[in-house]
Design a protein around this ligand. Structure first.
Ligand code: LLP
Length: 437
């Protein structure tokens, strides 16, 4: 009988390790000392060199994922573009990297527009979103020469009519009235959402835009929500778009879910596109250009967060507290998102603990009941799949300094965003208020 790697209980002692490693970017492995290596770099080395907490992005994995999206969409619908929903990681290095990989950028607001332009994203590849775009934001977008502005309400039309002197291409965001299973804060496709226009309003907006000599109606937009792990709602939503007649451009939004934990089973990029493009082929005009706007699914798995263990309070449960928390990861407290975690040089197995942050509230958790192997003060802990929306929503709770962003890439590992300093925390305070007059 061959017992090989299976122990007496019939389980593979390496299963935990393998399952965990699969959540990290492709290519992640353990070196000879059992240390996690991501993007060709040992995570302990990154923690040593750049400090903790730190966001780490595997640069090559990010580029591979962007390329996968672009090529897989083009293979199914050649007249197509992938536009990165930049809210998922609005750092200039990420805008630049993804632009170089051939993605456009979706921006929501003047800040993201400024970041995209600062990063050198070509304005004609920018799509402007928002349910409350100010005249100043719209003017900045038009002046920059953005490719598309997405009309979300009649006020957008009125403001643009005032601002535009030449011609501006626009889309109308339609509310397809489709429910997708996700956290309620992330659902945007159903009647009652603050985004987009319902049937009657959308038809009126289309009619007004067709009559405009400054605004050039090119097509329709939809975005039904985020962290969606099923394809059917997209098919229903595309059908709803088709009921408005024929247009040149259809922007089908983003929303593809990612695998945060062992239990999550989102469709692959290919399966998602099969569904989306299949629906487009069935219901939309063949000559049309298709746009998609993935955010989370482009960046999430390329990223992880490194922390150092600050204290271990043994008990039931045992609390392992690290030097970050809800200052750098709001996903847990805002959306109940679950994450796995590991000590970077003792991967897999171990006692279930509550991995918590350093902030002054009980909701400051990173992972509840997560197995960590012999966690000790000073250990480096990695939380995988934090590449989307964590950097975005980092904050200064308890005076936390927002973490740096490190691009991990073999010999070229470098910080692309530095850690905030305590000086940064008072930088916006006016001198007389600080008592320094
Ligand atoms: N397009 C539009 C118009 C959007 O509003 C969004 C996301 C996307 C595309 C990209 O969706 P994704 O592919 O990333 O699912 N703060 C939340 C996420 C909110 C997403 C909002 N809109 C979080 O931290 O999970």
């Amino acid at each position: 009988m061959t017992t090989s790697i299976f122990d007496a209980t019939g389980t593979n002692p390496h299963d935990d390790e393998r399952a965990l490693i699969e959540l990290f970017p492709e290519g992640t492995h353990l070196d000879a000392e059992g240390e996690l290596v991501v993007g060709g770099v040992r995570l302990t080395d990154i923690a040593e060199r750049f400090g903790t907490p730190a966001y780490v992005l595997d640069e090559s994995a990010l580029i591979r994922q962007a390329t996968l999206f672009r090529e897989a969409l083009a293979a199914r619908w050649p007249n197509s573009r992938v536009v990165f929903a930049s809210k998922a990681f609005p750092a200039t290095a990420v805008y630049r990297t993804l632009a170089e990989a051939g993605l456009g950028a979706d921006v929501a607001g003047g800040g993201e527009l400024a970041l995209a332009l600062a990063a050198g994203v070509r304005p004609d590849t920018i799509v402007v979103h928002g349910n409350a775009k100010s005249a100043d934001e719209l003017r900045a977008a038009v002046d920059a020469g953005v490719g598309l502005v997405v009309i979300d309400n009649f006020d957008d039309i009125a403001k643009l009519e005032d601002i535009v002197t030449g011609r501006q291409d626009v889309l109308v965001r339609v509310l397809p009235d489709v429910a997708a299973e996700t956290h309620e804060a992330l659902a945007t496709g159903k009647q009652g959402s603050k985004f987009g226009l319902g049937r009657a309003d959308a038809e009126e907006a289309i009619a007004r835009l067709r009559a405009s000599d400054r605004l050039n109606l090119r097509g329709l937009h939809m975005h039904i929500g985020s962290q969606i792990c099923e394809v059917d709602p997209y098919v229903a939503a595309v059908r709803a778009l088709a009921s408005y007649g024929e247009f040149d451009i259809y922007d089908l939004g983003g929303g593809l879910g990612v695998r945060y934990t062992y239990d999550d089973a989102p469709p692959s990029v290919e399966a998602w596109l099969d569904g989306l493009v299949g629906a487009a082929a069935a219901h939309l005009p063949r000559h049309a250009q298709l746009l998609i706007e993935p955010g989370r699914s482009v960046v999430a798995r390329s990223g992880l967060t490194l922390y150092r263990v600050v204290s271990v309070k043994k008990g039931h449960p045992t609390f392992v507290a690290v030097d970050g928390g809800m200052g750098d990861n709001l996903e847990v407290s805002l959306y109940g998102q679950r994450f796995e975690a590991t000590v970077v040089n003792r991967v897999g197995g171990g006692e279930a603990v509550n991995l918590v942050g350093k902030h002054c509230e009980s909701g400051d958790r990173l992972s509840t009941g997560v197995p960590l192997r012999e966690p000790r003060v000073g250990d480096v802990v990695a939380v995988p799949v934090t590449g989307a929306y964590c950097h975005t929503m980092a904050n200064n709770y308890n005076g936390a300094r927002r973490p740096p962003v490190i691009f991990a890439d073999g010999q070229r590992t470098r910080a692309v965003v530095r850690r905030e300093t305590y000086e940064d925390l008072t930088r916006r305070d006016l001198a007389d208020v600080r008592g320094e007059v």
